[in-house]
Design a protein around this ligand. Structure first.
Ligand code: ASP
Length: 628
């Protein structure tokens, strides 16, 4: 414990006059208005809230030593900010100094608030006009000397190191901010749903059973030989069963599990805001979600402006080549089959019914792109299409810089120019082949071009449209299965209802049926999806058995429930991790998850998943061969 005598205080003040460099602020600034971070604790104030209003007041602060300056000064950090502390003079040889106490040690400081001497205020710090002159400093827990992460320059630390030492990384301003944004959004969602609109927060089981099409489910062995639980991909069935059970407005901050292997920016476990309502249609769900987001939206962000625009699935695929289009910029796909088919080059010749020629005009792109950018675009294209893409550079005289151009009649070039509103400096991307793949190829390339240009400082995305929400709707109920050739699979999931007027088509031409499924897209990322459900047991059984060719017997509980007085119902789930990462401007969902896993699904901090002993396996009647 260090005591400061008044003489020392005078000395400190004198020495301070010679310190002309203001201290590095490093300040976390969290809004503590109307909040009381000191309640229930030893501290009287947080490190982010003292100002000249408290000058002369006795205070106690707790936190981590962020910097030490000379022998007599330190900055103390907690989640709310940083406060400068002036220390007692070091009494040599008495062991009562902070010498040997390393940065990031946890201390408690008791002292008095004083105005900083003339010229030493640091206006970049929220507490920069004051300092605390310590009368007592208690080391609560000394840190070891060398930590793998320097908290103030964490940004230069490799992500794998941040994940390995997450408990240190969490001290950073960035992670403190992100987790608090997350927490307060969840709090406001609960407020809106439970307090204002009578939703009931219900927990559903994490141990469930294998379901049809549940290829991505994690298996959990049990003591019963050969029997497994699964971890649910979502509480889908439970929330529908809650509707049957009369919990007519359900919500849950639900942990979901998907064993999708290594996929960038996916986590094997993730969080959804899961919602279900009885007696509702699509419009009711849209309006509820728009109001929910408006209510929960961080106050410091630009206000949302619902209702959100809507686009049909087919328009999204046609114009943007994606079911989650980024509509913050143009570069729309155009169908130019009528102009180019059969003209000059063999690339444009095909008798396939599905053959299409599509093009995008990337306005003004040629002025900014270099040959290595064109190579990059071409190699991206080749990954998706054997023929790649034709990259047309439009010269000043509006002629095309493209080898095959000389085989094209002048009229074709003119028609293209008219259709795509071509002017000098534009770059056209032209792709010919099967319809869906060409649209998806150009959809991917329009994003690549936009990113290339933005990296060069060209503004492509609308700067006034930072949070661009969009409903995507009118999806087909079924799509051709990717794994089982000739079969259909659900676009969303097997419980989604067809639009009423298409119900008869389920029995005759299921591939033509439109579903009551909707997705919510934010800045080109899918952040939510849901549907109005099938509440008719016979229809549900027919879809499972006859259309999807699934064994419906393991869903007998649901089918039974549907014929036991099930109200019409629908719902949605928002992907909380993605939503928060976009709000926080983070490139990865890992930056808004306290303890994330790597792309490969590993926890670098604890080493999960880990090997277990044979004896442990035996309890579960399991044996592992020879793991490499
Ligand atoms: N359970 C669905 C999902 O996880 C969402 C829903 O239909 O409500 O995507």
């Amino acid at each position: 414990m260090l005591k400061l005598c008044s003489g020392c205080q005078r000395l400190v003040r004198q020495q301070l006059r010679h310190v002309r460099r203001s201290l590095h602020a490093g300040g976390t600034v969290l809004n503590v208005e109307n909040k009381d971070p000191s309640s229930f604790s030893w501290r009287t104030h947080s490190c982010g809230e003292l100002s000249t209003a408290q000058v002369g007041q006795g205070v106690t602060l707790c936190g981590w030593i962020q910097h030490k300056r000379y022998d007599f000064m330190l900055t103390l950090r907690d989640a709310y900010g940083v406060t400068q502390v002036v220390l007692p003079e070091v009494k040599k040889g008495t062991g009562e100094s902070l010498e040997g106490i390393h940065l990031e040690s946890v201390i408690m400081v008791t002292g008095k608030v004083q105005q900083r001497p003339d010229g030493l205020a640091n206006m970049k710090m929220s507490t920069g006009e004051i300092e605390v002159v310590a009368s007592e400093v208690k080391v609560l827990n000394a840190s070891k000397e060398k930590l793998p992460i320097q908290i103030h320059d964490f940004q230069q630390v490799k992500e794998s190191v941040r994940m390995q030492f997450r408990y240190l990384d969490l001290r950073s301003t960035r992670m403190q901010h992100n987790l608090r944004v997350r927490s307060s959004m969840i709090m406001r969602m609960r407020e809106f749903l439970c307090n204002q609109h009578d939703f009931v927060d219900v927990e559903t089981p994490s141990l469930f059973r294998k379901t049809p099409g549940g290829a991505k489910e994690f298996l959990v062995p049990t003591h019963q030989p050969g029997k497994f639980y699964t971890l649910p991909q979502s509480p889908q069935q439970f929330k529908q069963l809650l509707m049957v059970g009369g919990i007519d407005r359900y919500f849950q901050i639900a942990r979901c599990y998907r064993d999708e292997g290594s996929r960038p920016d996916r986590q094997p476990e993730f969080t959804q805001v899961d919602i279900e309502m009885s007696f509702v249609n699509k419009e009711g769900i849209y309006s509820m979600i728009e109001q929910l987001l408006e209510h929960a939206w961080p106050q410091e962000k630009p206000k949302l402006n619902p209702p959100f625009p809507r686009i049909s699935y087919s328009q999204a695929m046609d114009e943007y080549g994606s079911d989650k289009p980024d509509t913050r910029f143009e570069f729309k796909i155009k169908d130019v089959t009528g102009i180019l088919k059969g003209s000059g080059s063999s690339i444009f010749n095909s008798d396939d019914e599905d053959f299409t020629v599509r093009a995008i005009n990337c306005k003004g792109a040629m002025d900014h792109l270099k040959s290595k950018d064109y190579e990059h675009l071409q190699s991206e294209a080749k990954k998706r299409s054997q023929h790649g893409v034709l990259i047309v550079q439009v010269r000043d005289d509006l002629t095309w810089k493209l080898p095959i151009a000389k085989h094209l009649p002048e009229t074709v070039r003119q028609e293209m120019a008219q259709s795509l509103e071509v002017s000098q400096g534009d770059m056209l991307l032209v792709a010919a082949g099967p319809n869906n793949s060409m649209c998806q190829l150009l959809g991917q390339l329009r994003l690549t071009v936009a990113n290339l240009l933005e990296n060069k400082g060209v503004q492509i995305r609308d700067p006034d449209n930072n949070y661009n929400f969009l409903w995507v709707e009118d999806f087909p109920l079924f799509l051709p299965s990717e794994d089982r050739i000739g079969e259909l699979e659900s676009t969303h999931h097997p419980f989604t209802a067809p639009v009423a007027e298409h119900t008869p088509l389920i029995y005759s031409a299921p591939q033509k049926v439109q579903g009551q499924h909707y997705d919510l897209v934010l800045n080109g990322a899918e952040i939510g999806g849901g549907s109005i459900r099938i509440h008719d047991a016979k229809l549900q059984e027919y879809v499972l058995q006859e259309v999807l060719k699934e064994d419906s017997s393991c869903l007998s509980h649901l089918l039974d429930a549907l014929e036991s007085g099930c109200p019409p119902h629908g719902g949605i789930a928002l992907g909380l991790d993605r939503l928060i990462s976009i709000i926080c401007g983070e490139p990865s969902i890992r930056d808004v998850i306290a303890f994330p896993k790597t792309v490969e699904g590993n926890d670098l901090m604890s080493g999960a998943p880990s090997r277990v002993e044979d004896a442990d396996l035996a309890r579960y009647h399991l044996k592992v061969g020879n793991p490499k």
